[in-house]
Design a protein around this ligand. Structure first.
Ligand code: SF4
Length: 407
């Protein structure tokens, strides 16, 4: 977020992408409260509604994607347009994600640079199978999430605000994240663990600096970004793995507290903008494992994004509020994968189910084995300049020209 491009006192909706120039001498913007010494708060607001205390709270910053909302009953309301919830926040209220707040009539992020998890992981673990195979992604996440999925594996981070938890965290700058990624030997930074849109301000600052340092940026996302958010991130985002939770609005509403339509729209929009997409579906017994629904999802992916879009079907393991549910039977995953191939999807994978794992990549045209994997590592590489050695068909993806396998 560039303060010169987006002056703190402007109340317009910020939708212009910031400069990607990395300024190593950039200083931290002055605390917001210092802008209002002795001033009266806007009409209808209380003095206590004014901004954060300042340097003691480096994680609290004025946020992108906030706009004034005219509410005659609650002057000083703002609307956050980062995700499709489009929360309207009355003064002092916090959004559904738990990390964006109306402070004094302005939208603030409460989690700027306050990361709860950071580690280098194989990109296959995100999972990406057609994006820079064999490389490492430095993966970071804050707390907070705009969904409240009953099966969340990372609920202690994502649902901390609902569960009354205060996860351990540390404050970092975007420059430090990039330095850590480079030091870890990563070729990309993954914004992950919780929905990255809720910390889009920090992600965006990091993405700009990562690009300047020669790193790629990838999102592991639930696909609830608004078009305004996509416009901001698209220039910096190389790839996204979108968690396609179901093909049913009823599932999204009941299990995740969201809607299905905005996810479809975001996936199509990202695809239009040239962002490499892989999709993941956690198949949960009794909730989204209807064979007809899974087939419909595959049909939608093949039609909307293309038949060579990778689709990762993963096994549910009991977690969070669904701790009493059984894990997904292997046959459910195998049948869903077979149905997906029947409707035309060429790259279907099964994960988290060792007895039926499907982790190898085959040629979409002739079926030749191209990439072998085991335990998130690339073990075999038969591509020649990104093409099948037999029929010369190009494998869909990014960074497929060079073999990561040391022979
Ligand atoms: S990012 Fe958070 S505050 Fe903003 S619209 Fe989504 S849930 Fe609401």
């Amino acid at each position: 977020m560039d303060d010169k491009t987006h002056p703190r006192h402007s109340r317009e909706t910020f939708t212009k992408a910031p400069s990607v120039v990395f300024d190593p001498d950039a200083t931290t913007p002055e605390p917001v409260r210092a802008r209002f010494p002795g001033q009266e708060p806007p009409v209808g607001l209380r003095v206590g509604d004014l901004g954060p205390g300042g340097e003691s709270e480096p994680n609290i910053r004025q946020a992108l994607l906030g706009e004034p909302f005219d509410d005659p009953v609650a002057p000083g309301s703002v609307r956050c347009v980062a995700c499709a919830h489009r929360c309207v926040l009355r003064p002092s209220r916090i959004g559904i994600c738990g990390v964006r707040q109306n402070r004094g009539g302005w939208l603030y992020t409460l989690a700027y640079g306050q990361i709860v998890a950071a580690k280098a992981e194989p990109i296959e673990k995100k999972p990406f199978y057609h994006f820079m195979p064999g490389s490492y992604a430095y993966s970071i996440g804050t707390q907070g999430c705009n969904f409240h999925c009953a099966f969340c594996q990372n609920w202690e981070m994502s649902q901390a605000h609902r569960e009354g938890l205060v996860p351990e965290s540390r404050n970092v700058t975007p420059e430090e994240v990039v330095e850590e990624a480079v030091a870890a030997g990563a070729r990309s930074i993954a914004y992950t663990y919780v929905e990255p849109t809720v910390f889009i301000d920090f992600a965006l600052d990091s993405m700009a600096r990562a690009g300047a340092a020669g790193l790629h940026n990838v999102f592991v996302t639930n696909g609830y970004e608004t078009p305004e958010a996509i416009e901001l991130i698209a220039p910096h985002l190389a790839a996204a793995n979108v968690d396609l939770k179901a093909a049913s609005d009823e599932f999204y509403r009941r299990v995740c507290g969201a809607r299905w339509e905005p996810v479809r729209e975001a996936v199509v929009e990202m695809h239009k903008r040239g962002i490499w997409l892989e999709l993941t579906t956690l198949v949960i017994p009794g909730l989204n494992d209807d064979p007809g629904d899974l087939r419909a999802m595959a049909e939608w992916i093949a039609t909307a994004i293309g038949p060579e879009t990778p689709w990762h079907l993963t096994r549910f393991q009991p977690a969070y509020r669904l701790a009493d549910l059984q894990s997904t039977p292997a046959t459910t995953l195998v049948n869903a994968a077979a149905a997906a191939r029947e409707v035309g999807l060429r790259h279907v994978y099964i994960g988290n189910a060792p007895e039926v794992e499907m982790a190898e990549t085959s040629c979409a045209r002739c079926g030749e084995r191209l990439i072998g994997r085991s335990d998130f590592a690339v073990t075999e590489w038969r591509l020649v300049d990104g093409r099948c050695p037999r029929c010369k068909h190009s494998l869909a993806g990014v960074g497929l020209e060079d073999s990561p396998v040391v022979v």
